[in-house]
Ligand binder design. Structure first.
Ligand SMILES: [Zn+2]
Length: 254
């Protein structure tokens, strides 16, 4: 067995962070954790950055579907200040109802995690707040491959009461593997998925998941006040993410 020790603040980092109106981002990203997306930049308002691994995976996905210039990353990582400016300008331009539906309050935006990307079909006119990203063509190809690369459509229709955000067919969130596939297969939004995982605690029955010939074992561990200690099978690679609430999700490759 292998002993693992986690610090309390690790609850606030990782692929599975839940950031919404009730759960603000607690740790801000540092420049060395970010990476600019490569490729064409002429139609972008500014250089779009994402968390390093998220950027690499997204570029691989773009290459797989051959989207080079037909999809435009409109907005990725935003600093707190950028989110504040965006919120203020949307309030001024579009009013309160629109802004509260589509723009998260500063400190509560997934874009501040570096794990979220807004995508648009490349057209002459691109709406920065509500980009056009249809369900067919190259956008459909992106959607069909997204989960197997760890991305989910974060704000789906019918989940507004849970997410607090109107449907946003252009906003994708990196959660990693096998989480995106499990969420997709069960129709879970991130709020539902994290609740579901709590039913598989470290001390009890773990969740076994089979995705593309790989087997994963998942479980939840509530964080202790200071240090959280647990033991894992020594021979298995694993990943751990905080949920930005009060615990950790472990993913073991079986
Ligand atoms: Zn977005």
């Amino acid at each position: 067995m292998k002993a693992v020790t986690l610090r309390r603040e690790q609850v606030y980092s990782g692929n599975l962070l839940l950031v919404n109106a009730r759960h603000p981002l607690r740790q801000s990203m540092t420049p060395d954790q970010l990476r600019p997306l490569s490729g064409k930049t002429e139609s972008r308002p500014s250089q779009v950055c994402l968390e390093r691994k998220t950027a690499l995976v997204l570029e691989t996905l773009f290459a797989t579907i051959g989207s080079s210039s037909s999809l435009v990353p409109v907005s990725g990582f935003r600093t707190r200040q950028e989110q504040e400016d965006l919120y203020a300008s949307s309030l001024k331009e579009h009013g309160k109802a629109f802004t509260e539906s589509y723009v998260a309050a500063p400190g509560h935006s997934e874009h501040e995690t570096g794990l979220a990307i807004d995508l648009a079909l490349n057209q002459e006119e691109i709406d920065f707040l509500r980009p056009y990203f249809p369900r067919d063509g190259i956008c459909g190809r992106f959607r069909s491959k997204a989960a197997s690369y760890g991305f989910v459509e974060r704000y789906r229709e019918g989940k507004e009461a849970l997410t607090g955000i109107a449907p946003e067919p252009w906003h994708f969130r990196y959660v990693g593997l096998p989480h995106a596939s499990v969420m997709d297969a069960n129709g879970f939004c991130l709020e539902e998925y994290l609740d579901y995982l709590r039913d598989f605690p470290y001390e009890g029955r773990h969740l076994q998941v089979h995705v593309e010939n790989k087997t994963f074992e998942l479980f939840y561990k509530k964080a202790e006040e200071d240090l959280t200690r647990l033991e894992l099978p020594g021979y298995l690679p694993f990943q751990v993410s905080g949920d930005n609430r009060e615990g950790f999700i472990f993913t073991l490759w079986r």
